[in-house]
Design a protein around this ligand. Structure first.
Ligand code: SAM
Length: 259
């Protein structure tokens, strides 16, 4: 898809360069028949091949993908200052929407009121993904839509089908929070670096970037950010709850310089 660099915006029905999946699917779902009208969300299994290949460690893997990742992001998001949620946010490689839902829910809690407040405060939650089902079971725009709908967050979320290896279709210095959960390692090194540069570009001064990814990749993200002149960059072990089979993860937490 061809995306223009553009301001994040309300869903635009007539702008094919900036197709908002949630809004498009919502139109198809007017009769409520497009997805099951269940009230529960579900987020699938990350990298089904990874699960099979780490057979011996399968229980550890399953714990990480079904429970540990949720607990990690709950903690990571609540540890952020409230200001990170007073503005638009972007989740790179949002998949079925685990981090998107958590971010949008936190904004509702902090801002009070409903979607009108979230929109008035320019605090929509954006997601971008190519929806590769090899990276997450049942990964698709429809599954993302079903999860967002089940949480009553359709008015708070905007999702784009695009690769983060291309220039992101957003203006620079825009997002108060940029997240990426186990997504960036999926692309080659030069693309990973380009994605990090884009994350740095669209994050606003004083805004935060949090990346959870497999050990062996995160040091590269840290180096790229430091190359961009970011000084407040911290990398650490992400915890026992997010060890995928025998593969530990790290978290990168960074704040964009204000000058
Ligand atoms: C393991 S899943 C994680 C999904 C979600 N972040 C989570 O934690 O539940 C990795 C995600 O990265 C996405 N992805 C992989 N390569 C991508 C790319 N080049 N651009 C955008 N998304 C990508 C996949 O489609 C998948 O949704």
């Amino acid at each position: 898809m061809n995306h223009q660099k553009d301001e994040p915006r309300q869903p635009l029905e007539d702008n094919l360069n900036c197709l908002d999946l949630i809004s498009g699917l919502r139109k198809q779902d007017r009769g409520g028949q497009l997805v099951d009208n269940k009230k529960k969300t579900s987020y699938g299994i990350d990298s089904p091949l990874g699960l099979i290949s780490s057979f011996v460690f399968a229980p550890v893997y399953l714990y990480a993908t079904v429970k540990g990742k949720h607990a990690f992001w709950d903690q990571a998001l609540t540890s952020l200052p409230d200001s990170a949620f007073y503005g638009p946010s972007l989740d790179m490689g949002c998949g079925r929407g685990l981090v998107l839902v958590k971010t949008a829910t936190r904004k509702r809690q902090l801002l009070g009121g409903g979607p009108a407040t979230v929109q008035a405060r320019n605090s929509l939650s954006y997601g971008i993904d190519i929806f590769d089902s090899g990276d997450q079971t049942g990964n698709s725009p429809e599954t993302l839509y079903a999860n967002i709908k089940a949480m009553g967050l359709l008015d708070d979320v905007v999702a784009h089908a695009a690769s983060f290896t291309d220039p992101l279709p957003f203006a620079e210095n825009h997002f108060s929070l940029v997240t990426a959960s186990l997504s960036l390692h999926n692309v080659p090194s030069s693309d990973r670096k380009a994605a990090i540069r884009e994350a740095c570009r669209v994050c606003k001064p004083g805004g935060a970037i949090i990346i959870l990814d497999l050990l062996g990749y995160v040091a590269e993200y840290e180096a790229e950010m430091k190359k961009q002149g970011w000084t407040r960059v911290e990398r650490r072990f992400a915890g026992l709850g997010v060890v995928f089979g025998s593969w530990p993860t790290q978290v990168l937490h960074a704040i964009k310089p204000t000058i």
